[in-house]
Design a protein around this ligand. Structure first.
Ligand code: HAM
Length: 426
């Protein structure tokens, strides 16, 4: 093996025990909250037919796909969980009781340009509700998101959600620019999503480029940008019809979020459109309030994905909450817990003659659900004590010829240093 092949591929992650414990702690927070909201956990293969992920709207995520041909199949590592969830739902749509609430915690792959909180491998907690068209579903999901940050010990105000509705944008263009070409809406959203990155002039250029697939007039493109600048719902109202359903949904959603006690953590932001093609309605993103990091969580309503993939129409909404940006925030805020290795007992036989007795003792302790390390070699007691302390054991159980003879074991509490003898029972 060359030294090069000993290196992990760039952007992938190794988890040594300390890091693995932190990862499990985070996943446990996700799981506890998901269960409190009565979501059921599901899973699917990390490998899917590449077609499941390939869309033509110009999304970054499609360009970032890890994919390959094998035995006449074009396969890809999943960059996100939503298409797989859709595949699972579509396959059993007739039998599943709606609305259904599913969650997943999965590893995802994207060939990203790396930066703080972004790698090519990441884990995501997804929470999705299928079969509910109303914003009650969005409200439930956003409140679950804050329950998760509460669960992690982050004070309220550390994480904020910015929220918008793509339907607002669609309404503002309906009857106008996109009447004859509704298919231009998805690429239009993908371009708008780049506003912060590429600036308004490049966005205008891409929206109006005759060959760009969107082809808005200068005037329509300007009005799109004006809507994105709306600072609150009242300003947004000026851009949509008086009977705007999207605006009514947004107002209702804010009322519901207040009832959950999270309304003050969520703000309307007309510039949030999200970079994935399938969203159709409410979209939202969670950020650290200080604005130092990339998005912690992103989600929205995707009512047409099922049909796009060949299933029947089923409304759906959900979010993906990454493990990396939140870890950065927890570190910054000194909220990432130190999680030492936990071992209850260290069992040590001084000589090979006491090993079988030590094995039986360790088995008895383990059957009581204790975490037990059995020293695999005898030797000096001093060394065993040092080992027991190093692994953070609470007690050491010591068996030498004298103890075996008297049918006892010497137990030392490693915190207090107190020692006692216990009988060696069968
Ligand atoms: P997304 O915005 O692409 O949405 O990703 C959701 C979250 O995953 C991001 O906010 C971020 O925390 C994390 N994330 C994404 N890419 C990376 C990366 N390369 N490195 C580290 N973290 C990353 C989705 O994936 C949608 N499928 C979410 C969804 C579920 N929408 C509806 N249901």
């Amino acid at each position: 093996m060359s030294p090069k092949s000993l290196k992990a591929p760039r952007g992938t992650r190794d988890f040594y025990p300390d890091e693995y414990r932190q990862r499990e702690w985070l996943f446990d927070c996700f799981r506890r909250v998901a269960h409190r909201f009565a979501f059921e956990e599901v899973d699917a293969p990390m490998l899917e037919e590449a077609d499941l992920f390939i869309r033509k709207a110009g999304e970054e995520i499609v360009d970032q796909l890890y994919h390959f041909e094998i035995h006449d199949h074009h396969l890809a590592l999943r960059p996100e969980m939503t298409p797989s969830i859709a595949r699972l739902v579509i396959a059993r749509a007739g039998a599943l009781r709606m609305p259904l609430r599913w969650f997943t915690i999965t590893q995802n792959w994207r060939y990203e340009r790396m930066q703080r909180g972004r790698k090519r491998e990441h884990f995501q907690w997804n929470m999705d509700i299928w079969g509910e068209p109303g914003v009650a579903a969005e409200a439930e999901l956003i409140s679950a998101l804050f329950s998760a940050t509460d669960e992690m010990g982050l004070p309220r105000g550390t994480v904020r959600v910015r929220l918008n509705s793509r339907a607002l944008l669609e309404e503002s263009l309906r009857g106008g620019a996109l009447r004859d070409r509704p298919e231009a809406f998805e690429p239009l959203c993908i371009v708008i999503d780049k506003l912060e990155k590429i600036g308004p002039e490049s966005v205008l250029e891409q929206l109006t480029a005759p060959k760009g697939g969107i082809g808005l007039t200068e005037e329509s493109a300007e009005s799109v940008l004006a809507l994105l600048g709306a600072r609150d719902l009242d300003e947004a109202a000026a851009h949509v019809p008086d009977d705007s359903a999207a605006l009514a949904d947004l107002r209702r959603l804010f009322t519901l979020l207040d009832a959950y006690g999270v309304g003050d953590q969520v703000a309307f932001d007309a510039s949030v459109v999200r970079g994935l093609a399938y969203y159709t309605g409410i979209v939202f993103e969670a950020f650290d309030a200080a604005g130092q990091l990339r998005s912690i969580c992103g989600g929205g309503r995707y009512d047409r994905l099922s049909e796009t993939l060949g299933g029947k129409a089923i409304p759906a909404v959900g979010f993906g909450f990454g493990d990396m940006v939140i870890a950065e925030l927890l570190q910054d805020q000194n909220r990432m817990p130190e999680l030492p290795r936990r071992v209850d007992d260290f069992v040590f036989a001084l000589e090979e003659d006491q090993r079988e007795e030590a094995i039986r003792l360790a088995a008895r302790l383990r059957s009581g659900d204790r975490r037990v390390e059995l020293a695999l070699a005898g030797g000096r007691l001093k060394r065993a004590l040092a080992d027991a302390n190093r692994i953070g054991a609470n007690q050491i159980w010591m068996l030498g010829p004298d103890e075996a003879e008297r049918r006892v074991v010497r137990v030392r509490d490693l915190l207090s240093g107190e020692e006692r003898e216990e009988p060696l029972t069968e």
